[in-house]
Write a protein that binds this ligand. Structure first.
Ligand code: NPW
Ligand code: K
Length: 504
């Protein structure tokens, strides 16, 4: 159930189901019935207004209207569009509705206790203007609960963008699978809780649709999660190297190191400039500290292949020295996580970075926040017509050859093969100084352990993003970055119970 279907993929799922013998009208009846149920659960009174649009989303609304009227609700349909232009299943559903239909006008919403928003769903294909926009604004101004059919009208199902204006729903009922726009911002903020209902589309259609976008969670990567084994030892659990910045900027690397250790890496070493050795050593117990200055010494340090994952960037400084270190790390056999200054050091001239990534086979994960992303992938970002975080991350992964973890409240992880995950579990207080450093370390911690479990860069980055959100939520408000690694054990207890194979 973790697949996310873009509107084109969803209409393919509909088409395949209909071709296999289930009439479209049956799907619509099932959809409308689920919407009616949700409306009953939410309605504080008997007066329901269904705002219906000109397509099949409106069709679902007509069905819900009929079923609610049959249950004794006082139902009115407001049609945005002309009845004479309704087609297909929507036409059939409209013809079965025998109650009042009013022409669209904001005033028509005056007397109602609950609104069913069936204006636009998957078929929204341009910004909303004129009368439909006035209706959306009137729905939002009305202040009664709103059940959105499939998507809050005005939200782009593929991108989560507000197309001019969008309904703020109290809850959303969607069909078969969620859509990316339910998780991506700002769409998620318009949905309320999203119920996913079965309308008769069989899961077998997914074999043909081949979705490549997933809600991030254990269902996506749990099978490959590096569960500690009783016969394991610290060397079989990987060895992460975190490259530290100079004397005044060691905190970021220490946070990353702690994240790597708590994520389960067997060993973590900070590769520290000599000037910062004392402070790094004093600030670490289980984390080891070794003197490593500059790219040449780093190259030598990484010739030991047991050091199998490297984090570069947190507090590392921007410039030629960082570029040299990054290219050196990419020349090794270790998995590489590049964050912060490691990314910004290639802003404006990313080609040498991308070439070095493409030339290697071990995993590379880039973890930009929005500013770092736009600096590194400037050209791509400007070219995107609809600014979609999901597509931007995908294009960045394809262009760089790396797994790209595009941070934010709706973190997207994209792989060069086109797969992507979207996270929706990050609490607002996760946006705190240093939390990204911990995340970079956690990714490396999973990469270091995950090879023998078949955990790829995409899975490690997705798992780390999810765990990071869970750890923050488990700790709660007041969280600072230092708390994140310490909250991980509790999250692991629950996760391991969930993903561990049952005892023989
Ligand atoms: N059998 C099935 O497939 C099933 C589908 N299901 C349901 O169908 C929904 C998808 O239906 P859909 O494809 O008809 O699109 P929908 O969202 O109703 O809107 C398209 C209409 O709006 C118009 N329009 C678009 N943008 C506009 C704008 N900015 N401003 C103004 N007008 C605009 C566009 O008209 P146009 O002007 O482009 O001719 C078109 O007429 C889906 O979300 C789910 O609820 C379920 O019942 C399960 C079975
Ligand atoms: K809708």
């Amino acid at each position: 159930m973790n697949e996310l279907l873009a509107p084109v993929e969803m209409s393919e799922a509909d088409r395949l189901t209909i071709a296999a013998g289930t009439p479209g009208l049956t799907l619509m009846e099932n959809a409308g019935a689920a919407v009616a149920e949700a409306t009953v659960a939410l309605a504080p009174g008997q007066r329901v207004t269904v705002v219906a649009g000109p397509g099949n989303n409106g069709g679902d609304g007509f069905v819900a209207a009929r079923l609610l009227a049959e249950r004794g609700y006082s139902v009115k349909v407001i049609l945005v569009g002309e009845a004479s232009r309704l087609k297909g299943d929507a036409r059939a559903a409209f013809d079965r509705w025998r109650g009042p239909v009013e022409a669209a006008a904001p005033e028509a919403l005056a007397a109602c206790d609950v609104i069913v928003d069936a204006l636009f769903g998957a078929g929204l294909d341009r910004p909303v203007e004129g009368l439909p926009r006035a209706m959306i604004e009137a729905i939002n101004a009305r202040g009664v609960p709103v059940v959105a059919v499939d998507l809050p009208s005005g939200i782009n199902g593929a991108t989560g963008a507000v197309m001019g204006a969008a309904v703020k729903a109290t809850r959303t009922v969607t069909f078969f699978r969620r859509k990316p726009g339910h998780l991506l911002l700002p769409g998620r903020l318009h949905c309320g809780p999203v119920a996913v209902v079965d309308i008769g589309i069989p899961a077998s259609v997914l074999a043909s649709v081949q979705p490549k976008t997933f809600a991030n969670g254990p269902a996506l990567w749990g099978l490959h999660f590096p569960l500690p084994r009783i016969e394991g030892h610290k060397y079989s659990r990987g060895h992460v190297v975190v490259v530290s910045g100079g004397l005044s900027t060691t905190g970021a690397a220490r946070l990353a190191a702690r994240g790597a250790l708590r994520a389960g890496a067997g060993l973590v070493t900070m590769a520290s400039p000599r000037e910062a050795l004392a402070i790094n050593a004093a600030g670490s117990l289980a984390v080891m500290v070794r003197p490593v200055d500059g790219a040449l010494e780093l190259a030598e340090f990484l010739t030991d292949h047991r050091r199998n994952a490297v984090v570069l960037g947190p507090g590392g400084g921007v410039g030629a020295a960082m570029r040299d270190q990054v290219l050196t790390a990419l020349g090794s056999e270790a998995a590489v996580v590049l964050d912060a200054d490691a990314l910004t050091s290639f802003a404006g001239e990313p080609e040498p970075l991308f070439a070095a990534i493409r030339a290697r086979s071990a995993a590379v994960v880039l973890t930009p926040h929005e500013g770092e992303f736009s600096r590194l992938f400037k050209l791509l970002y400007k070219d995107l017509k609809v600014k979609s975080k999901l597509e931007a991350a995908r294009m960045a992964a394809a262009a760089s050859g790396a797994v790209v973890l595009f941070k934010g409240p709706d973190t997207v992880v994209a792989a060069p093969d086109g797969r992507a995950s979207v996270s929706d579990n990050a609490p607002p207080y996760l946006a705190t100084a240093g939390s990204g450093d911990v995340l970079a370390g956690m990714i490396a911690g999973l990469l270091a352990q995950g090879q023998e479990f078949g955990m790829t860069g995409f899975e490690a980055a997705s798992a780390a993003a999810w765990l990071h959100g869970e750890a923050a939520a488990a700790f709660g408000p007041g969280l600072i970055a230092e708390d994140l690694p310490e909250a991980l054990p509790g999250v692991y207890r629950t996760l391991f119970a969930q993903v561990a194979p049952p005892p023989p």
